[in-house]
Design a protein around this ligand. Structure first.
Ligand code: PEP
Ligand code: MG
Length: 842
């Protein structure tokens, strides 16, 4: 049994403490090297933060590591890019292997010289052995040298890497191209990549060797440009490891290096691990060539050229960024334009601007002041515990980078891409995604990102297959390599064989032809072969989507997600603005078509910028949808008034989300009646509820007399019935709306509604799956409200069906055991033999 020990680390310098995120260097800020703290120093002697052995001190004197007896390893790195000073300005006071006491001086440095000749004086203290720690002081503020700073929790032996037994495989020798050898930054990239393999891996330089998964061991090799090194590995993935890591060395481990002349012929990129897996961000598949896209490293000076000059530089860049975002809105339109409008709003955020101004007032350059302000705000977003806000942090990083490049005068022109490109990136920004040339780009793969991010929404709007959350080794695939991206399965196939490629091409051809046919016939009604009409309408979030839906044969709007109209606003839209939006949408539809406006469904994963909410432990089970609106009745009343303004322009329906209690419906109806009366309306619009909580489905017979219609939200109904988070990447395959438990609730709802003469729609993503259509029609669903691009497909599917067969299959599936059995039974139904991929709702 291991016993946990704690170890206090002392401040190695006096100075101002800063969170790591504020370090203007992505490798440190992203904690790739390790977690810890950053100090802006006011003293000039770096002291040992703990007792131990000097496990490495760089010849250039800018970095030192101390290892405690219990294995905790701490790296201190003085300044940024100080490796380039080649030892000037640093005096080492200790040697490698020497034992030191806590507080003992390790390195003296000339702060003025370093500040003038390197990028920054910011000094890092990082726990590179990976143990967790707690801060013993506030996150920012002054610290004195020797003051207790961190409390590290160490388990002896925890860091020990189990060594594999067996015969080692060796790579060909590689000549190191990095100007300063494997110093902290490239060493961290190399160690990180090595950690992706199970094999025991070493890096060899002449007679010395180092554990490739240990940053400090790699730094202790003291490599220099031109050194000849070799990678060895033992274990089942040894071959893949040496191939990938040798290639990484040749390519400079993340640093820009001169073109290689000695690229070892046999070093090819990862090949034996032939499939890389991630999460589907946008469905579809593509066969094409790898194109790696990396962001250029930005060099930021710390000290400004005078407050007025820097302020003017920031203001100019902000103005240029606003103009560029405006142009993007005009170019994209619809939901995509909304994203860039939200970016524009972020640029006007007072807190962000105040922070940047404060930086300028402290003499910082415009670039640093802006960068620190955006990083601090993004960190705040990430820390609020909401997946959606965390994804907005990506938007902030995007818009932040846009301004930063403008300040630095970097031309962010569109990438020059080859044909048939499958882009590979650490992360794409929404701006980059929206500017992709879809004639050349067939799809993309990212290490970061999430299925609900704006990048995913944009990819779906562009019809580009995409996967995210793929292991970082994808970043080392060779340019031009032919790969098969199967986004539906969340897979990137690195070695597709001829048969796979042929199969892929053939089914793509078929899909293209089928799609053409469906679009040509999209205006025909969705009537089964035996004459049963099913209304196929659209799920929309903007006027532009309504117009698109009509052109694709949508018979109305079955779900207007009103919260998406203003999701990224910091300020509430005025009542007049809201009313104008609803009127424009209703007018586009006209008096003969249904418009179902769902009242604000905020809370849960959808916070609304201008509706401040308290943090909740279980937001999906908290104040969401109608619950929140009833807590803030003015919000709901104002929305009712705005919606009622469009009465008469379309067949207006109002729908309440997340209803679980009859009292909620009663309260909301009363408010609606009062508002309608105050406006002098003689006739109330139709009022319905979403059925997306099991209680509402089970009590549908009780709700039915009080509503005009039901619309079943299978996304939430599945999540709440199966108790599986709808956005959980590991539960994605099990949180399946085809589960018989969900289907039984649909059956219950339809039966109750029809008994009271009310209609039932399905507006969750299940209605957008062709495979589900016979079953939904057979269960008696009257309306299918689907994702806009799928309207032609769903209508075509209905036209292939016979109601009597559908009723038979619906009865059968209700008695099956699980979702897989249901899918299997439906696949045997002839009209849906070819399954159409699900378009995830945005
Ligand atoms: C649903 O839950 O199925 C639904 C349509 O609502 P949303 O996806 O907007 O939560
Ligand atoms: Mg829902």
């Amino acid at each position: 049994m291991t016993t946990t020990q704690t170890l206090e680390l002392l401040a190695p310098l006096a100075g101002v403490l800063l969170p790591l995120e504020q370090v203007p260097d992505p490798v440190f800020a992203s904690r790739m090297i390790g977690d810890g703290v950053c100090i802006d120093p006011t003293s000039q002697i770096l002291c040992a933060p703990l007792a131990g052995v000097i496990s490495n001190i760089q010849d250039s004197g800018h970095a030192v590591s101390v290892t405690a007896d219990n294995g905790v390893q701490v790296l201190m790195h003085i300044g940024l890019d100080t490796v380039n000073l080649a030892g000037k300005g640093f005096t080492r006071r200790v040697k490698e292997g020497q034992r030191v006491e806590a507080g003992q001086p390790l390195i003296e440095f000339d702060a003025d010289f370093v500040a003038l000749n390197a990028r920054s004086l910011l000094t890092l203290m990082l726990v590179v052995s990976g143990e967790p720690f707690a801060l013993l002081v506030p996150e920012t503020g002054l610290v004195a040298v020797g003051q207790s700073l961190l409390c590290v929790t160490a388990e002896p032996g925890m860091a020990a890497d189990e060594q594999e037994q067996g015969e080692a495989l060796f790579s060909k020798p590689v000549t190191l191209p990095n100007a300063n050898g494997l110093h902290a930054r490239p060493a961290a990239v190399f160690a990180q990549a090595a950690k992706g393999f199970n094999a025991s891996i070493c890096l060899h330089k002449q007679t010395q060797s180092a554990n490739a998964k240990s940053l400090v061991a790699l730094m202790a090799l003291q490599t220099a440009q031109g050194d000849i090194v070799q990678v060895s590995a033992i274990g089942e993935d040894a071959e893949a490891a040496i191939q990938m890591l040798a290639l990484l060395l040749v390519e400079g481990c993340g640093e820009t290096v001169a073109a290689q002349v000695d690229r070892p012929a046999e070093v090819t990129p990862v090949s034996s691990a032939s499939v890389l897996r991630g999460v589907c961000a946008s469905p579809g598949s593509a066969f094409g060539q790898v194109v790696q896209v990396a962001e250029p490293e930005l060099s930021i000076t710390e000290v400004g050229r005078g407050e007025a000059t820097e302020r003017a530089a920031l203001e100019r860049a902000l103005l240029q960024a606003t103009e560029a975002l405006q142009a993007l809105q005009t170019k994209t339109g619809g939901a995509q334009a909304e994203i860039f409008r939200a970016h524009q709003e972020l640029l006007e955020d007072p807190t962000l601007l105040e922070q940047a101004q404060a930086g300028l007032a402290h003499g910082k350059s415009a670039a640093l002041a802006w960068k620190q302000a955006t990083v601090a705000t993004a960190t705040l977003f990430q820390g609020l515990g909401s997946a959606l806000l965390a994804e907005r942090a990506v938007d902030l990083a995007d818009v932040g980078q846009r301004v930063l490049k403008l300040i630095l005068g970097i031309n962010d022109s569109v990438w020059d891409l080859p044909e048939q490109a499958i882009l590979i990136a650490e992360q794409l920004t929404p701006s980059q995604t929206a500017s992709l040339d879809t004639r050349k780009v067939l799809g993309f793969v990212t290490v970061g990102g999430g299925a609900t991010s704006h990048v995913a929404i944009l990819a779906r709007a562009l019809g580009l297959p995409a996967i995210c959350g793929v292991p970082a080794q994808v970043l080392h695939l060779a340019k031009g390599k032919q790969v098969l991206l199967d986004a539906d399965k969340g897979e990137l196939r690195l070695e597709p064989d001829l048969a796979e490629i042929e199969h892929f091409e053939a089914s793509r051809q078929q899909q293209v032809l089928r799609r053409q046919r469906e679009v040509e016939q999209a205006q025909r009604a969705a009537i089964t072969r035996d004459g049963h009409h099913v209304e196929v309408s659209a799920n929309v979030a903007s006027l532009q989507e309504v117009e698109q839906a009509l052109s694709l044969g949508g018979e109305g709007v079955g779900l207007l997600r009103s919260e998406f109209l203003y999701l990224d606003r910091n300020r509430a839209p005025s009542p007049a603005e809201q009313a104008a939006t609803y009127c424009a949408i209703a007018r586009a539809l006209g008096g003969e078509r249904n418009l179902v406006v769902r009242t604000l469904d905020v809370g849960g994963d959808k916070p609304l910028g201008y509706v401040p909410m308290e943090r909740e432990t279980n937001p999906f089970l908290g104040l969401r949808g109608i619950r929140l609106c009833l807590e803030r009745p003015e919000l709901l009343r104002e929305q009712f008034r705005a919606i009622l303004g469009s009465a008469g322009l379309a067949r207006l329906h109002i729908m309440l989300p997340m209803v679980s209690l009859l009292s909620e419906l009663r309260l909301a109806r009363k408010m609606l009646e009062e508002e309608a009366q105050a406006l002098g309306l003689k006739e109330l619009p139709k009022l319905g509820i979403m059925i997306e909580v099991p209680s509402a489905a089970l009590m549908a017979d009780v709700f039915a007399p009080h509503v005009d219609f039901f619309s079943i939200g299978t996304n939430d109904l599945t999540q709440y019935t199966l108790a599986m988070d709808r956005d959980h990447p590991r539960l994605a395959s099990q949180a399946d709306s085809f589960h018989p438990a969900v289907l039984r609730l649909i059956a219950t709802t339809v039966k109750a509604a029809h008994a009271h003469g009310k209609w039932v729609g399905v507006c969750g993503a299940l209605a957008s799956e062709a495979l589900a259509i016979p079953m939904l029609v057979g269960l008696g669903v009257d309306e299918l409200s689907v994702s806009v691009p799928l309207i032609p497909t769903i209508k075509a599917t209905v036209r292939e069906l016979d109601l009597a067969d559908c009723q038979l299959i619906a009865r059968q599936v209700l008695d099956l055991e699980d979702a897989a059995q249901v899918r299997e039974a439906l696949r045997r139904y002839p009209a849906v033999a070819v399954e159409t991929p699900l378009v995830v709702e945005n």
